[in-house]
Design a protein around this ligand. Structure first.
Ligand code: SAH
Length: 268
């Protein structure tokens, strides 16, 4: 049995003796060395700090990310608070920690990716639009590294998140363990069938796109509930789709183009 290497804190702190030439180069090229003052742990001598040039503690870097999201048009206070609270760098591999707060998608292993913050925030905002202060029970298809599940845990009372790849399900479990989110439940299985035992859901969100929305998802959506998912259109391009379930039936709205990993059936 192997144990996962302990993930470093943010920012990555390198011992100068073990430091690599590239790490040294980055430090030398840091854009704002003055930001270092007052942000470092004064008790520990820090020999070298690798940053992406945006600041030295993750809270400040997240605040900048939230600021950018707001400038890009995200306005829901709950979404912005959740994005400012959940530490995205804890969900990516050590080598990518310094890119964690850039508006970019990142690989999470097994050919899958964590969406860029702007897309995650946009989808959460769509889920919360016109809803009560806090969402009720939510189903997420595609746990991946668990980042979005953690965010959902901030804005919903209960979260069920399904992942079809065992390796990622385990990774998400590990990532979420220390956060102790009692309202987030991780499930291993094929999310195409939804998760009937938790239904009906106030909201359903998918992080993988197929060429149709599986009927089980719409069935498991509560009346008054909303589903947000990527879907492949006739021309082959993917778009974000919103499905609202009302007493009279469902309405589907097709929004902007997106690029999500494919929705696949079965488990692996
Ligand atoms: N929300 C995730 C994004 C992960 S990428 C995060 O924050 O990291 C999308 C994930 O959907 C991948 O991990 C992929 O394995 C998973 N997926 C694809 N089809 C699925 C299915 N039928 N059931 C469950 N998960 C699925």
């Amino acid at each position: 049995m192997t144990t996962a290497p302990k993930r470093p804190g943010f920012p990555v702190r390198l011992d100068a003796d073990a430091g690599t030439p590239s790490a040294t180069k980055k430090i030398a090229g840091r854009a704002h060395p003055e930001r270092a003052s007052g942000l470092m742990d004064s008790k520990k001598p820090v020999k070298a700090v690798v940053t992406s040039g945006v600041g030295l503690d993750s809270k400040a870097v997240r605040a900048r990310m939230v600021h950018k999201l707001a400038a890009q048009g995200i306005s829901d206070a709950q979404v912005l608070a959740a994005m400012g609270h959940v530490e995205r760098h804890r969900f990516v591999d050590t080598a990518l920690v310094n890119q964690a707060y850039e508006d970019t998608s990142l690989p999470i292993g097994l050919g899958q990716t964590i969406s860029k913050p702007n897309v995650v925030a946009r989808m959460l905002e769509l889920l919360l639009q016109g809803r009560p202060a806090r969402l009720g029970r939510v189903l997420e298809i595609g746990t991946g590294c668990g980042y979005q599940a953690a965010l959902l845990g901030q804005v919903a009372t209960e979260v069920y998140s399904i992942e079809r790849l065992r390796g990622l399900h385990d990774k998400a479990r590990e990532n979420l363990r220390t956060l102790r989110l009692a309202n987030v439940h991780l499930l291993f299985g094929d999310g195409m069938a939804g998760y009937a035992r938790g239904a009906p859901y106030a909201a359903i969100i998918a992080a993988a796109g197929g060429d149709a929305i599986p009927p089980a998802w719409v069935e498991q959506l509560a009346v008054g509930g909303r589903l947000v998912a990527p879907m492949q259109m006739a021309g082959g391009a993917q778009a974000l789709v919103v499905i609202d379930k009302g007493p009279q039936g469902v309405t589907q709205t097709v929004l902007e183009a997106v690029h999500f990993v494919p929705l696949k059936s079965g488990t692996s």
